[in-house]
Design a protein around this ligand. Structure first.
Ligand code: HAM
Length: 425
């Protein structure tokens, strides 16, 4: 029996590695989400993977699960309290303020990002402790067209991937004018219900989250609860109506969801979530909303803003659920197979030349025999193999084999690059 040796180490709980060929799908999904926002004038931003804990406790909110239960925190040797970023919005806003992007006289500042995020959640299908988001934030403008723009861009991204079975849930969470009175009315209502300890505590710190409780026993009692949409002030109502009209005009279907609260405290007015019906309980493939007060909460000036983040892992799961295979270009177009030492040197030079000319080319490394080398050529997905032995070199040619049709013909050594470039179209 052969002994299989594997590493003693495994990817940490709730995480997974991305390896070829699946990793190519993730890259393509990130690119597909980024393409519409780039076309709409969003510039790329990258921030550190960790920040001061306080940025998130102030920004995301002391009462959220993300801050109280899910942050990976650490104390540095220098005594700083840091947290691996659980989300991107607070960091992006912090970075924009620090770089004074909002002072350039060109608001909104439109930014997009792509990266890893960390939440100490209970792992399950679609819920990981390390996951990946692509996000977009428009900072410093209060304009319903901006909310609509972002939502439309997300819809276009999903559609460009071929996704169909996703729905857009839309709500308004009001603002500092109308939310406090609603909050008090909701607290009065909730205090009259039969709820467990934990949920009762939530009534004091974050009553709106109780509306979001997934348990049937709670939902039954919530029938008749006051709804924020009946308590919105005139300004919030008008704003929301405009967002809805702009979405409708753009042909974007949405469902009004008065119970949509979201798990982050910074939201005001427009909030939305994209859910996919093929994903089971972790159905949110993306979400976002307006956060008009966040800048002030982290020490900046008043900068009304709006944004979203789409989950890359769950978008890939949604593609699987719909049986969608993305058409990805073969990673290798040409595979070179040398027969003998002299051919090896000559073909290796040709491989470099082809790559420099823009043709994705690979080489039979490790001195493989013809049979094994041809197997590698086929596995690589390449359309063409270049095979050359001593006789070919003496004739100044290489054999160009079409791996699809099996046809093979000699091509003069110094025309190979131009022929393959022409074959590529
Ligand atoms: P979020 O709803 O917490 O929003 O996350 C956005 C998306 O990230 C979710 O819809 C989901 O697809 C994905 N996601 C979140 N947690 C996990 C997890 N544990 N495993 C896998 N995927 C996950 C935010 O993060 C806000 N910063 C969005 C935003 C931007 N709001 C305004 N601007």
């Amino acid at each position: 029996m052969t002994k299989v040796s594997v590493s003693t180490f495994k990817a940490p709980k709730g995480t997974y590695d991305l390896t070829p060929p699946d990793s190519a799908v993730y890259l393509a999904v990130r690119e597909a989400i980024a393409a519409p926002v780039r076309r709409a004038g969003y510039g790329y931003i990258e921030t550190p993977g960790f920040e001061q804990v306080e940025l998130f406790s102030r920004g995301v909110g002391e009462s959220t699960d993300i801050v109280t239960k899910e942050m990976y925190t650490l104390t540095t040797r220098g005594g700083d309290q840091l947290a691996l970023r659980p989300e991107g919005t607070a960091s992006v806003l912090r970075a924009a303020l620090e770089a004074n992007l909002h002072k350039g006289g060109n608001l909104p500042v439109k930014l997009w990002y792509s990266g890893s995020y960390y939440r100490y959640e209970r792992p399950q299908a679609g819920r990981y402790r390390h996951f990946s988001q692509v996000g977009a934030e428009a900072i410093g403008a209060e304009d319903p067209a901006l909310d609509a723009e972002l939502i439309i861009l997300a819809v276009d991204a999903y559609k460009s991937l071929g996704l169909r079975n996703f729905r857009l849930l839309l709500n308004s969470l009001g603002d500092k004018e109308c939310r406090p009175a609603y909050r008090a009315a909701l607290q009065d209502f909730l205090r009259g219900l039969d709820l467990d300890e934990d949920t009762r505590r939530r009534i004091d710190i974050n009553p709106l989250r109780v509306l979001d409780d997934k348990r049937e026993s709670v939902q039954q009692q919530l029938v008749g609860a006051p709804m924020l949409r009946d308590h919105l002030c005139e300004a919030c109502k008008a704003y929301h109506e405009q967002v809805r009209e702009l979405l409708t005009a753009a042909g974007v279907a949405f469902e009004d969801d008065p119970k949509l609260v979201r798990g982050l405290d910074y939201y005001t007015r427009t909030t939305f979530e994209f859910v996919h019906d093929g994903l089971g309980s972790q159905s949110a493939v993306g979400g976002g909303g307006r956060y008009d007060g966040l800048s002030e909460m982290i020490g900046g000036p008043a900068l009304p803003s709006v944004g979203w983040a789409l989950g890359v892992d769950r978008t890939v799961l949604a593609l699987k659920a719909e049986g969608i295979e993305l058409e990805l270009p073969a990673p290798t177009q040409v595979f070179a197979v040398p027969l003998g030492e002299e051919a090896r040197t000559k073909l290796f030079g040709l491989v470099t030349e082809l790559r420099r000319a823009g043709v994705a080319t690979d080489f039979a490394f490790g001195g493989k025999g013809l049979k094994n080398a041809m197997k590698s050529a086929n596995r690589s997905g390449a359309r063409y193999a270049l095979v050359a032995g001593e006789r070919d070199l003496a004739d100044g040619v290489v054999q160009l084999k079409d791996l699809e049709s099996g046809e093979q013909r000699p091509v003069a050594f110094d025309t190979v690059v131009s022929e393959l470039l022409a074959a590529q179209g």
